[in-house]
Design a protein around this ligand. Structure first.
Ligand code: AVJ
Length: 324
């Protein structure tokens, strides 16, 4: 079956236990303490993220879906026929379905996703409806170099798809490195469609990362559960709480796990002491201005070919079609 074929074609570069362990120990040994946000996304974390996207406070997903609906016909015209879509952090593939539907003869789809469970589920969903699209899933951390599989149709033009403002999880230098790598992956004639959440009032932003039902808090705490399961750390899941605040100076939501009391955490031979109120920085979600995004593009050697922005009173969110 198509599904079976997709599973067979899976390129599996899931981060190893040793890698997760080394990153966790390095991050907790540094000052300020931090843990990489990419490790939010195990099977449970990806499922919690999908729940976040359905909370009333988390506006980015529904806002971007509506914006995609408006802009995809123009994107399809700009990109032309015979496209190989390469998506970074593809998650559930909900936005991909819209994109592949809008394109003229998409020939291949390469989702690059760190959560193996989310990746396989997305292919199981997408493949049956798109029998003519070659599915080339890659389970990998897209911040590391990834060889994009070559589709059978070698003439296909690449379209990189990076929605959701996932770019916002990276600081300036990381974002520039990622955009440069994307520029390379696009090739001379490729394009990229990138979603960016835009700077707005603090109340709207902080509500989006502190939903009343507590799903975002559960998503943040799940990082500790994942580490306990995978690398044998002994974080007390009841001993830390989620905190997400908007820094206007840095144009980003800063999400932390804050220790409720004095406690020690062990990972193999390493011991980490936390005083009450000590924080671990776990996620940045940058919100862009025209100028802050342009700075990244200039540093990466990319140009805006077309742009779409939401219209007030919708929350501000943008899509940018990029070329070299
Ligand atoms: C999936 C990375 C775009 O940063 O807004 C949602 C993840 N974290 N709520 C974001 C997230 C907390 C989300 N991205």
């Amino acid at each position: 079956s198509t599904v079976h074929a997709a599973r067979q074609a899976l390129t599996d570069l899931t981060p190893s236990r040793a890698r997760v362990l080394a990153d966790a120990v390095a991050g907790l040994s540094s000052q300020p303490r931090r843990l990489p946000s990419k490790y939010f996304y195990d099977g449970a974390g990806s499922a919690l993220f999908e729940q976040i996207t359905r909370t009333p406070e988390y506006y980015p997903t529904r806002t971007e879906l509506a914006l995609l609906d408006r802009c995809l016909p123009e994107v399809a015209t700009a990109v032309g026929a015979q496209v190989h879509v390469v998506e970074l952090g593809s998650g559930s593939g909900r936005k991909t379905a819209l994109l592949l539907d809008a394109l003229d003869e998409p020939v291949a789809y390469t989702p690059i996703e760190i959560s193996r469970a989310a990746l396989l589920a997305s292919i199981d969903h997408l493949a049956p409806a798109l029998p003519d699209v070659e599915m080339l899933p890659v389970c990998a951390d897209f911040t590391q170099p990834v060889d994009v599989p070559e589709p059978e149709n070698e003439a296909a033009r690449r379209l990189l798809f990076f929605p959701g403002s996932t770019l916002g999880n990276f600081d300036h230098d990381e974002a520039v490195a990622l955009l440069r790598a994307m520029r390379q992956t696009m090739g001379e004639h490729g394009l990229a469609l990138v979603g960016i959440d835009l700077h707005k009032d603090t109340a709207t932003l902080e509500a989006a990362y502190n939903d009343a039902a507590g799903i975002t808090a559960a998503f943040t705490i799940n990082l500790l559960r994942r580490l306990n399961n995978e690398i044998g750390s002994d974080f007390d899941l009841q001993g830390f709480h989620h905190r997400a605040r908007y820094s206007v100076a840095n144009l980003r939501i800063e999400t932390q796990l804050v220790s409720d009391r004095a406690q020690d955490v062990s990972i193999e031979d390493h011991r980490f002491h936390f005083a009450p109120g000590d924080a671990i920085q776990v996620e940045y979600s940058h919100k862009y201005t025209e100028a802050s995004f342009q700075r990244l593009l200039d540093a990466a050697g990319l140009q805006v070919m077309a742009r779409w922005d939401t219209i007030a009173p919708e929350p501000a969110f943008g899509l940018r079609l990029l070329r070299r």
